[in-house]
Design a protein around this ligand. Structure first.
Ligand code: FAD
Length: 397
Protein backbone atom coordinates (compact mmCIF):
# COMPACT_ATOMS: atom_id res chain seq x y z
CA UNK A 1 0.00 0.00 0.00
CA UNK A 2 1.28 3.45 -0.94
CA UNK A 3 1.98 5.68 2.08
CA UNK A 4 2.30 9.48 2.19
CA UNK A 5 2.25 12.17 4.87
CA UNK A 6 -0.46 14.31 3.31
CA UNK A 7 -3.17 13.79 0.70
CA UNK A 8 -4.71 16.99 -0.64
CA UNK A 9 -7.98 16.59 -2.56
CA UNK A 10 -8.53 19.33 -5.15
CA UNK A 11 -5.84 20.92 -7.35
CA UNK A 12 -7.43 24.36 -7.37
CA UNK A 13 -6.06 27.53 -5.80
CA UNK A 14 -6.21 26.38 -2.18
CA UNK A 15 -5.17 22.76 -2.77
CA UNK A 16 -2.16 23.58 -4.96
CA UNK A 17 -0.90 26.29 -2.65
CA UNK A 18 -1.28 24.10 0.44
CA UNK A 19 0.33 21.08 -1.23
CA UNK A 20 3.29 23.18 -2.39
CA UNK A 21 3.86 24.76 1.04
CA UNK A 22 3.57 21.44 2.86
CA UNK A 23 5.87 19.76 0.34
CA UNK A 24 8.46 22.51 0.64
CA UNK A 25 8.23 22.09 4.41
CA UNK A 26 9.30 18.47 4.09
CA UNK A 27 6.00 16.53 3.85
CA UNK A 28 5.49 13.80 1.25
CA UNK A 29 2.38 15.17 -0.47
CA UNK A 30 -0.02 13.56 -2.93
CA UNK A 31 -2.33 16.06 -4.69
CA UNK A 32 -5.43 14.53 -6.30
CA UNK A 33 -7.91 16.09 -8.69
CA UNK A 34 -10.78 14.72 -10.75
CA UNK A 35 -9.94 16.96 -13.73
CA UNK A 36 -7.48 16.85 -16.60
CA UNK A 37 -5.62 20.02 -15.58
CA UNK A 38 -4.57 21.83 -12.43
CA UNK A 39 -6.08 25.22 -11.56
CA UNK A 40 -9.03 25.12 -13.94
CA UNK A 41 -10.98 27.89 -12.20
CA UNK A 42 -7.90 30.06 -11.99
CA UNK A 43 -7.56 29.88 -15.77
CA UNK A 44 -11.14 31.13 -16.16
CA UNK A 45 -10.86 33.77 -13.47
CA UNK A 46 -10.77 37.52 -13.91
CA UNK A 47 -11.72 37.25 -17.56
CA UNK A 48 -8.57 35.16 -18.19
CA UNK A 49 -6.28 37.52 -16.24
CA UNK A 50 -6.95 36.22 -12.68
CA UNK A 51 -7.79 38.81 -10.08
CA UNK A 52 -5.40 37.08 -7.69
CA UNK A 53 -5.82 39.27 -4.59
CA UNK A 54 -7.09 42.61 -3.36
CA UNK A 55 -5.06 45.40 -1.77
CA UNK A 56 -7.84 45.93 0.75
CA UNK A 57 -8.43 42.29 1.74
CA UNK A 58 -9.68 42.31 5.32
CA UNK A 59 -12.15 40.21 7.34
CA UNK A 60 -15.05 42.64 6.74
CA UNK A 61 -15.03 41.61 3.05
CA UNK A 62 -16.00 38.02 3.89
CA UNK A 63 -19.37 36.39 4.64
CA UNK A 64 -19.34 33.64 7.26
CA UNK A 65 -21.64 32.53 10.10
CA UNK A 66 -18.72 33.35 12.39
CA UNK A 67 -17.29 36.68 11.14
CA UNK A 68 -14.18 36.25 13.33
CA UNK A 69 -13.14 32.93 11.81
CA UNK A 70 -11.17 34.24 8.82
CA UNK A 71 -9.19 36.83 10.81
CA UNK A 72 -6.28 34.66 11.91
CA UNK A 73 -5.50 33.10 8.52
CA UNK A 74 -5.88 36.41 6.65
CA UNK A 75 -3.54 38.10 9.13
CA UNK A 76 -0.88 35.39 8.96
CA UNK A 77 -0.71 35.13 5.16
CA UNK A 78 -1.73 38.48 3.70
CA UNK A 79 -2.26 39.96 0.26
CA UNK A 80 1.27 41.42 0.57
CA UNK A 81 2.71 37.93 1.02
CA UNK A 82 1.03 36.71 -2.16
CA UNK A 83 2.04 39.86 -4.05
CA UNK A 84 5.66 39.13 -2.99
CA UNK A 85 5.34 35.66 -4.47
CA UNK A 86 3.87 36.98 -7.73
CA UNK A 87 6.77 39.47 -7.89
CA UNK A 88 9.32 36.69 -7.28
CA UNK A 89 7.94 35.00 -10.40
CA UNK A 90 8.25 38.25 -12.38
CA UNK A 91 4.55 38.23 -13.19
CA UNK A 92 3.53 41.71 -14.28
CA UNK A 93 0.32 42.93 -12.66
CA UNK A 94 -1.84 46.01 -12.32
CA UNK A 95 -4.60 47.36 -10.13
CA UNK A 96 -7.77 47.51 -12.20
CA UNK A 97 -10.07 49.22 -9.73
CA UNK A 98 -10.91 49.13 -6.00
CA UNK A 99 -7.65 47.38 -5.09
CA UNK A 100 -8.28 44.47 -7.50
CA UNK A 101 -4.94 43.08 -8.76
CA UNK A 102 -4.86 41.30 -12.13
CA UNK A 103 -2.07 39.73 -14.20
CA UNK A 104 -1.12 41.98 -17.11
CA UNK A 105 -0.92 38.95 -19.41
CA UNK A 106 -2.67 35.77 -18.39
CA UNK A 107 -4.15 33.74 -15.53
CA UNK A 108 -1.99 30.92 -16.87
CA UNK A 109 0.94 32.64 -15.14
CA UNK A 110 -0.65 32.06 -11.72
CA UNK A 111 -1.25 28.39 -12.56
CA UNK A 112 2.37 28.11 -13.75
CA UNK A 113 3.50 29.69 -10.45
CA UNK A 114 1.52 27.12 -8.48
CA UNK A 115 2.71 24.23 -10.68
CA UNK A 116 6.32 25.35 -10.10
CA UNK A 117 5.76 25.72 -6.35
CA UNK A 118 4.36 22.17 -6.28
CA UNK A 119 7.38 20.96 -8.22
CA UNK A 120 9.70 22.65 -5.71
CA UNK A 121 7.84 20.80 -2.96
CA UNK A 122 8.14 17.45 -4.82
CA UNK A 123 4.35 17.20 -4.78
CA UNK A 124 3.04 14.14 -6.59
CA UNK A 125 0.17 15.57 -8.68
CA UNK A 126 -2.33 13.01 -9.96
CA UNK A 127 -5.08 14.22 -12.24
CA UNK A 128 -8.19 12.31 -13.40
CA UNK A 129 -8.34 10.80 -9.93
CA UNK A 130 -11.61 9.32 -8.77
CA UNK A 131 -11.82 9.01 -5.01
CA UNK A 132 -14.34 6.34 -4.13
CA UNK A 133 -13.77 5.80 -0.42
CA UNK A 134 -12.17 7.52 2.58
CA UNK A 135 -11.87 5.78 5.94
CA UNK A 136 -10.31 6.89 9.21
CA UNK A 137 -7.68 4.66 10.83
CA UNK A 138 -5.77 5.11 14.07
CA UNK A 139 -2.78 6.59 12.25
CA UNK A 140 -4.64 8.63 9.65
CA UNK A 141 -6.77 7.82 6.63
CA UNK A 142 -7.10 5.13 3.97
CA UNK A 143 -8.19 6.50 0.59
CA UNK A 144 -9.35 4.52 -2.40
CA UNK A 145 -8.39 6.35 -5.58
CA UNK A 146 -8.77 4.95 -9.10
CA UNK A 147 -9.04 1.50 -7.53
CA UNK A 148 -5.75 1.77 -5.57
CA UNK A 149 -5.33 2.27 -1.85
CA UNK A 150 -3.32 5.15 -0.37
CA UNK A 151 -2.60 5.57 3.30
CA UNK A 152 -1.97 9.06 4.67
CA UNK A 153 -1.33 10.67 8.00
CA UNK A 154 -3.27 13.86 7.11
CA UNK A 155 -6.06 14.61 4.69
CA UNK A 156 -6.72 18.12 3.34
CA UNK A 157 -10.03 18.72 1.57
CA UNK A 158 -9.74 21.55 -0.96
CA UNK A 159 -12.46 20.43 -3.35
CA UNK A 160 -14.13 23.85 -3.62
CA UNK A 161 -17.82 24.70 -3.86
CA UNK A 162 -20.63 23.90 -6.28
CA UNK A 163 -20.29 26.81 -8.66
CA UNK A 164 -19.53 26.03 -12.30
CA UNK A 165 -20.07 22.26 -12.40
CA UNK A 166 -18.61 22.41 -15.93
CA UNK A 167 -15.22 23.13 -14.29
CA UNK A 168 -15.31 19.99 -12.13
CA UNK A 169 -17.22 21.27 -9.10
CA UNK A 170 -18.70 18.48 -6.96
CA UNK A 171 -20.22 18.27 -3.48
CA UNK A 172 -17.39 15.90 -2.48
CA UNK A 173 -16.07 18.06 0.37
CA UNK A 174 -19.50 18.55 1.93
CA UNK A 175 -20.27 14.82 1.77
CA UNK A 176 -16.90 13.96 3.32
CA UNK A 177 -17.48 16.45 6.14
CA UNK A 178 -20.88 14.86 6.81
CA UNK A 179 -19.37 11.38 6.68
CA UNK A 180 -17.12 12.43 9.58
CA UNK A 181 -19.99 14.01 11.52
CA UNK A 182 -19.11 17.65 10.78
CA UNK A 183 -21.89 20.17 10.26
CA UNK A 184 -22.31 21.62 6.77
CA UNK A 185 -24.26 24.87 6.48
CA UNK A 186 -26.78 25.15 3.62
CA UNK A 187 -25.16 26.25 0.37
CA UNK A 188 -26.36 28.73 -2.25
CA UNK A 189 -24.94 30.50 -5.28
CA UNK A 190 -23.08 33.77 -4.65
CA UNK A 191 -21.59 36.47 -6.90
CA UNK A 192 -24.24 35.58 -9.43
CA UNK A 193 -26.53 37.56 -11.80
CA UNK A 194 -30.18 38.15 -10.89
CA UNK A 195 -33.01 36.88 -13.06
CA UNK A 196 -36.23 38.93 -13.25
CA UNK A 197 -39.97 38.32 -13.45
CA UNK A 198 -41.45 38.33 -16.93
CA UNK A 199 -43.13 41.72 -17.38
CA UNK A 200 -40.10 43.62 -16.04
CA UNK A 201 -37.66 41.36 -17.84
CA UNK A 202 -39.39 41.91 -21.18
CA UNK A 203 -38.95 45.66 -20.80
CA UNK A 204 -35.38 45.52 -19.56
CA UNK A 205 -34.27 43.03 -22.22
CA UNK A 206 -34.23 45.93 -24.66
CA UNK A 207 -31.35 47.30 -22.56
CA UNK A 208 -29.22 44.18 -22.88
CA UNK A 209 -25.57 45.33 -22.81
CA UNK A 210 -26.25 48.71 -21.18
CA UNK A 211 -24.16 49.40 -18.07
CA UNK A 212 -24.59 52.23 -15.56
CA UNK A 213 -22.89 53.17 -12.31
CA UNK A 214 -25.33 52.68 -9.43
CA UNK A 215 -25.69 52.12 -5.72
CA UNK A 216 -27.51 48.94 -4.72
CA UNK A 217 -28.88 48.29 -1.25
CA UNK A 218 -30.05 44.91 0.06
CA UNK A 219 -32.86 44.52 2.58
CA UNK A 220 -30.27 43.83 5.31
CA UNK A 221 -28.76 47.27 4.64
CA UNK A 222 -25.68 46.07 2.74
CA UNK A 223 -24.67 48.65 0.12
CA UNK A 224 -22.48 48.35 -2.98
CA UNK A 225 -21.53 51.19 -5.30
CA UNK A 226 -20.34 49.80 -8.64
CA UNK A 227 -21.88 49.39 -12.06
CA UNK A 228 -24.91 47.31 -13.03
CA UNK A 229 -25.32 45.64 -16.39
CA UNK A 230 -28.66 44.81 -18.00
CA UNK A 231 -28.63 41.37 -19.65
CA UNK A 232 -31.11 39.31 -21.67
CA UNK A 233 -31.83 37.28 -18.49
CA UNK A 234 -31.97 40.14 -15.98
CA UNK A 235 -29.29 42.12 -14.21
CA UNK A 236 -25.59 41.56 -13.72
CA UNK A 237 -22.46 43.71 -13.35
CA UNK A 238 -20.23 44.06 -10.29
CA UNK A 239 -22.81 45.77 -8.04
CA UNK A 240 -25.39 43.04 -8.72
CA UNK A 241 -22.89 40.19 -8.25
CA UNK A 242 -21.76 41.68 -4.94
CA UNK A 243 -25.30 42.19 -3.68
CA UNK A 244 -26.42 38.71 -4.74
CA UNK A 245 -24.37 37.24 -1.87
CA UNK A 246 -26.51 39.24 0.59
CA UNK A 247 -29.86 38.64 -1.11
CA UNK A 248 -32.47 36.08 -0.03
CA UNK A 249 -35.30 34.84 -2.30
CA UNK A 250 -38.34 37.11 -2.20
CA UNK A 251 -36.40 40.18 -1.09
CA UNK A 252 -36.31 43.52 -2.90
CA UNK A 253 -33.19 45.37 -3.98
CA UNK A 254 -33.08 49.16 -3.96
CA UNK A 255 -31.36 50.59 -7.04
CA UNK A 256 -30.13 54.18 -7.11
CA UNK A 257 -29.48 54.95 -10.77
CA UNK A 258 -28.22 58.47 -10.05
CA UNK A 259 -26.17 58.15 -6.87
CA UNK A 260 -24.12 61.29 -7.45
CA UNK A 261 -26.88 63.64 -8.55
CA UNK A 262 -29.15 65.83 -6.43
CA UNK A 263 -32.01 65.06 -8.79
CA UNK A 264 -34.54 67.56 -7.43
CA UNK A 265 -32.03 70.43 -7.67
CA UNK A 266 -30.97 69.31 -11.16
CA UNK A 267 -34.59 69.21 -12.39
CA UNK A 268 -35.41 72.58 -10.80
CA UNK A 269 -32.41 74.24 -12.45
CA UNK A 270 -33.19 72.69 -15.82
CA UNK A 271 -36.84 73.73 -15.50
CA UNK A 272 -35.81 77.35 -14.94
CA UNK A 273 -33.45 77.38 -17.92
CA UNK A 274 -35.37 75.12 -20.36
CA UNK A 275 -39.05 74.89 -19.31
CA UNK A 276 -40.13 73.38 -22.64
CA UNK A 277 -37.49 70.66 -22.67
CA UNK A 278 -38.91 67.14 -22.37
CA UNK A 279 -38.27 65.25 -19.16
CA UNK A 280 -36.91 62.42 -21.28
CA UNK A 281 -34.24 64.58 -22.93
CA UNK A 282 -33.37 66.18 -19.60
CA UNK A 283 -32.75 62.81 -17.96
CA UNK A 284 -30.77 61.65 -20.99
CA UNK A 285 -28.17 64.21 -19.85
CA UNK A 286 -27.55 61.99 -16.81
CA UNK A 287 -28.47 58.47 -17.96
CA UNK A 288 -28.06 56.41 -21.17
CA UNK A 289 -30.81 57.37 -23.64
CA UNK A 290 -31.92 53.74 -24.04
CA UNK A 291 -32.39 53.42 -20.30
CA UNK A 292 -34.48 56.60 -20.16
CA UNK A 293 -36.68 55.35 -23.03
CA UNK A 294 -37.10 52.00 -21.33
CA UNK A 295 -38.04 53.61 -18.00
CA UNK A 296 -40.67 55.58 -19.89
CA UNK A 297 -42.20 52.43 -21.40
CA UNK A 298 -42.16 50.94 -17.89
CA UNK A 299 -44.31 53.86 -16.75
CA UNK A 300 -41.60 55.21 -14.45
CA UNK A 301 -41.25 58.52 -16.32
CA UNK A 302 -44.20 60.68 -17.31
CA UNK A 303 -44.14 61.86 -20.94
CA UNK A 304 -44.07 65.57 -20.11
CA UNK A 305 -42.00 68.73 -20.48
CA UNK A 306 -40.23 70.11 -17.43
CA UNK A 307 -42.79 72.87 -16.95
CA UNK A 308 -45.58 70.25 -16.98
CA UNK A 309 -43.87 68.10 -14.34
CA UNK A 310 -45.80 68.79 -11.15
CA UNK A 311 -44.53 68.51 -7.58
CA UNK A 312 -45.96 65.03 -6.77
CA UNK A 313 -44.77 63.70 -10.14
CA UNK A 314 -41.27 65.02 -9.47
CA UNK A 315 -41.18 63.49 -5.99
CA UNK A 316 -42.29 60.14 -7.44
CA UNK A 317 -39.70 60.38 -10.20
CA UNK A 318 -36.90 61.00 -7.69
CA UNK A 319 -38.07 57.92 -5.78
CA UNK A 320 -38.27 55.81 -8.95
CA UNK A 321 -34.77 56.72 -10.08
CA UNK A 322 -32.97 56.84 -6.76
CA UNK A 323 -34.82 54.16 -4.82
CA UNK A 324 -36.08 51.87 -7.58
CA UNK A 325 -37.42 48.72 -5.91
CA UNK A 326 -36.55 45.66 -7.99
CA UNK A 327 -37.60 42.19 -6.88
CA UNK A 328 -35.44 39.54 -8.57
CA UNK A 329 -37.23 36.26 -9.14
CA UNK A 330 -34.00 34.36 -8.52
CA UNK A 331 -30.39 34.07 -9.58
CA UNK A 332 -28.75 32.27 -12.48
CA UNK A 333 -27.63 29.68 -9.90
CA UNK A 334 -24.47 27.59 -9.72
CA UNK A 335 -24.16 27.46 -13.50
CA UNK A 336 -22.74 30.99 -13.64
CA UNK A 337 -22.06 31.79 -9.96
CA UNK A 338 -18.48 32.66 -9.11
CA UNK A 339 -18.74 31.24 -5.61
CA UNK A 340 -20.76 29.06 -3.24
CA UNK A 341 -21.98 30.53 0.03
CA UNK A 342 -22.22 28.25 3.06
CA UNK A 343 -20.30 25.00 3.38
CA UNK A 344 -18.32 23.34 6.14
CA UNK A 345 -19.29 25.05 9.39
CA UNK A 346 -16.32 27.01 10.75
CA UNK A 347 -17.35 26.04 14.28
CA UNK A 348 -16.03 22.57 13.40
CA UNK A 349 -12.58 23.94 12.42
CA UNK A 350 -9.61 25.61 14.08
CA UNK A 351 -9.24 29.14 12.72
CA UNK A 352 -5.46 28.83 13.14
CA UNK A 353 -4.94 25.55 11.29
CA UNK A 354 -8.22 24.70 9.47
CA UNK A 355 -8.12 21.31 11.25
CA UNK A 356 -11.39 19.60 12.19
CA UNK A 357 -11.58 19.48 15.99
CA UNK A 358 -13.48 16.16 15.99
CA UNK A 359 -11.28 14.31 13.49
CA UNK A 360 -7.51 14.44 14.03
CA UNK A 361 -5.60 14.90 10.77
CA UNK A 362 -8.56 16.17 8.72
CA UNK A 363 -8.47 19.73 7.29
CA UNK A 364 -10.79 21.85 5.10
CA UNK A 365 -9.48 24.88 3.18
CA UNK A 366 -10.64 27.30 0.48
CA UNK A 367 -14.17 27.62 -0.81
CA UNK A 368 -15.49 24.36 0.66
CA UNK A 369 -15.44 26.17 4.02
CA UNK A 370 -18.24 28.58 4.97
CA UNK A 371 -16.11 31.64 4.12
CA UNK A 372 -17.02 33.64 1.01
CA UNK A 373 -15.39 36.84 -0.14
CA UNK A 374 -16.62 39.79 -2.12
CA UNK A 375 -15.95 40.06 -5.80
CA UNK A 376 -12.48 41.44 -6.49
CA UNK A 377 -9.73 38.96 -5.58
CA UNK A 378 -10.97 38.29 -2.06
CA UNK A 379 -11.82 34.65 -2.74
CA UNK A 380 -8.37 33.78 -4.03
CA UNK A 381 -6.86 35.54 -1.02
CA UNK A 382 -8.95 33.29 1.23
CA UNK A 383 -7.70 30.27 -0.74
CA UNK A 384 -4.03 31.35 -0.25
CA UNK A 385 -4.45 32.33 3.42
CA UNK A 386 -6.40 29.25 4.52
CA UNK A 387 -4.01 26.99 2.56
CA UNK A 388 -0.98 28.59 4.17
CA UNK A 389 -2.42 28.27 7.70
CA UNK A 390 -3.14 24.59 7.07
CA UNK A 391 0.30 23.92 5.56
CA UNK A 392 2.06 25.36 8.63
CA UNK A 393 0.25 22.82 10.79
CA UNK A 394 0.99 19.95 8.40
CA UNK A 395 4.68 20.78 8.47
CA UNK A 396 4.71 21.07 12.26
CA UNK A 397 2.90 17.72 12.71
P1 FAD B 1 -11.45 25.37 -6.69
O1 FAD B 1 -10.56 26.36 -7.33
O2 FAD B 1 -12.86 25.26 -7.15
O3 FAD B 1 -10.72 23.96 -6.79
C1 FAD B 1 -11.36 22.79 -6.36
C2 FAD B 1 -10.72 21.65 -7.10
O4 FAD B 1 -11.24 20.42 -6.57
C3 FAD B 1 -11.07 21.66 -8.58
O5 FAD B 1 -9.88 21.54 -9.33
C4 FAD B 1 -11.96 20.44 -8.77
O6 FAD B 1 -11.74 19.82 -10.02
C5 FAD B 1 -11.50 19.54 -7.62
N1 FAD B 1 -12.52 18.59 -7.20
C6 FAD B 1 -13.83 18.84 -6.95
N2 FAD B 1 -14.45 17.71 -6.61
C7 FAD B 1 -13.52 16.71 -6.66
C8 FAD B 1 -13.56 15.32 -6.44
N3 FAD B 1 -14.71 14.70 -6.12
N4 FAD B 1 -12.44 14.61 -6.59
C9 FAD B 1 -11.27 15.21 -6.95
N5 FAD B 1 -11.17 16.54 -7.18
C10 FAD B 1 -12.28 17.28 -7.02
N6 FAD B 1 -11.99 34.66 -7.23
C11 FAD B 1 -11.11 35.67 -7.12
O7 FAD B 1 -10.62 35.95 -6.02
N7 FAD B 1 -10.72 36.39 -8.24
C12 FAD B 1 -11.21 36.14 -9.48
O8 FAD B 1 -10.80 36.75 -10.48
C13 FAD B 1 -12.19 35.10 -9.61
N8 FAD B 1 -12.76 34.83 -10.82
C14 FAD B 1 -13.62 33.79 -10.92
C15 FAD B 1 -14.17 33.49 -12.17
C16 FAD B 1 -15.01 32.41 -12.32
C17 FAD B 1 -15.61 32.11 -13.66
C18 FAD B 1 -15.32 31.60 -11.19
C19 FAD B 1 -16.22 30.40 -11.33
C20 FAD B 1 -14.80 31.90 -9.95
C21 FAD B 1 -13.95 32.99 -9.79
N9 FAD B 1 -13.40 33.31 -8.55
C22 FAD B 1 -12.52 34.36 -8.44
C23 FAD B 1 -13.65 32.48 -7.35
C24 FAD B 1 -12.44 31.53 -7.17
O9 FAD B 1 -12.17 30.91 -8.41
C25 FAD B 1 -12.71 30.47 -6.11
O10 FAD B 1 -13.14 31.07 -4.92
C26 FAD B 1 -11.45 29.67 -5.85
O11 FAD B 1 -11.06 29.03 -7.04
C27 FAD B 1 -11.66 28.64 -4.76
O12 FAD B 1 -10.49 27.88 -4.67
P2 FAD B 1 -10.56 26.39 -4.13
O13 FAD B 1 -9.18 25.84 -4.33
O14 FAD B 1 -11.16 26.34 -2.80
O15 FAD B 1 -11.57 25.63 -5.10
Amino acid sequence: MEQVDVVVIGAGAAGMFCAAQAGQGGCRVLLLDNGKKTGRKILMSGGGRCNFTNLYAEPAAYLCENPHFCKSALARYTQWDFIDMVNRYDIAWHEKTLGQLFCDDSAQQIVALLDKECELGNVDVRLRSEITDVQKTEEGFIIKVNGSIVSTHSLVVASGGLSMPGLGATPFGYRLAEQFGLKVLPTRAGLVPFTLHKPLLEHLQTLSGVSVPAVLTAEDGTVFRESILFTHRGMSGPAVLQLSSYWQPGEFVSVNLLPDVDLATFLNTQRQDHPNQSLKNTLAMQLPKRLVECLQTLGQLPDVTLKQLNVPQQAELVEQLQNWQVQPNGTEGYRTAEVTLGGVDTNELSSKTMAAAKVPGLYFIGEVVDVTGWLGGYNFQWAWSSAWACAQDLVAA
